[in-house]
Design a protein around this ligand. Structure first.
Ligand SMILES: Cc1ncc(C[n+]2csc(CCOP(=O)(O)OP(=O)(O)O)c2C)c(N)n1
Ligand SMILES: [Mg+2]
Length: 280
């Protein structure tokens, strides 16, 4: 798929379908990291439906941009996007999390087309992305390496080592996105380990940095474009402030939504609420 520019309405429709895919998978298991999928859907819609180059029928095409999911528990979000991007058939939604599925609950590179790294152990994606970006540079490739990580991962030292290395090696083919939903397993991220001022920290580490409302799809699209086109020989960071559960008001309001259980009848309510927001 070549890079093209879509209208706000088209991107919003992709994001809606990514959210819907995630809810349908959540329903299969009755639980999951659904709040995160809803918060990051706009970012993934821009990445997979506008920015990245790839061939849906040939996920290992050498000329593709890479997308490394560091926070492996967001796999449900990535599957939802891979389905929307045409890399995984929609029918596979129903297999989510079952024994013989290509869509296990944590991302596994060997199981899933389009999954570039295995996840589960947090704090590793940026380090792996640095390796990919360096390797691609050695090959004179013009592919970009995108990596998504979460605000909870900022607690990990290896993240900061990778941030330094990317700047040291002038990896201008690297675009990292951090999902600041201000949540992690044990509570609000900012209370577990204060990370602000994050823009200034990233800049001080040598990254071209933008901070956007990660649920404003036009702002996200503009940030991706500016990141790709930035002229300095620096890695690029997008800090995306997001709302857990975005698009489904009763999930947005849940206090503990790191791993949610939704009652059987509530899935239909969630899908209806999402649909109502789409029309609004
Ligand atoms: C190295 C490591 N430590 C701990 C965990 C357990 N764990 C799984 S998800 C999670 C929360 C991480 O924060 P974040 O991704 O920001 O949470 P979310 O936004 O999804 O609520 C933790 C601590 C893990 N998977 N890997
Ligand atoms: Mg978080």
């Amino acid at each position: 798929m070549e890079t093209n520019t879509k209208s706000r309405a088209e991107l919003a429709e992709h994001a809606y379908r990514i959210r819907r895919n995630a809810l349908l998978m959540g329903e299969v298991q009755g639980q999951g990291y659904v709040g995160q999928a809803l918060d990051i859907a706009d970012v993934l819609a821009v990445a997979y439906c506008q920015e990245m180059k790839f061939r849906p029928e040939d996920p290992e095409w050498d000329g593709r941009d890479r997308f490394l999911l560091s926070n492996g528990h967001y796999a449900i979000a990535l599957y939802a996007a891979l389905i929307e991007a045409g890399i995984i058939p929609e029918e596979e939604l129903e297999t989510y999390g079952s024994d013989d599925s290509r869509l296990p609950m944590s991302g596994m590179a060997s199981y899933t087309p389009g999954m570039e790294m295995s996840g589960g152990s947090l704090g590793q994606g940026l380090t792996i992305a640095v390796g990919h970006a360096l390797g691609l540079k050695h090959k004179n490739s013009d592919s970009f390496v995108y990596t998504l990580f979460s605000d909870g991962e900022l607690d990990e030292g290896a993240v900061w080592e990778a941030l330094m290395s990317a700047a040291h090696w002038k990896l201008d083919n690297m675009i990292a996105i951090v999902d600041v939903n201000n949540q992690q397993a044990d509570g609000p991220s900012s209370q577990i380990m204060a990370f602000e001022p994050l823009t200034e920290k990233m800049e001080a580490f040598g990254w071209f940095t933008q901070r956007v409302d990660g649920n404003d799809i036009e702002a996200v699209a503009a940030a991706f474009e500016a990141a790709r086109k930035h002229p300095e020989a620096k890695p690029r960071m997008i800090i995306a402030d997001t709302l857990m559960g975005c698009g489904v008001p009763f999930l947005e309001e849940r206090e503990k939504n790191h791993f949610i259980r939704v009652d059987e009848h509530e899935w239909q309510l969630a899908l209806s609420a999402l649909e109502a927001g789409r029309k609004a």
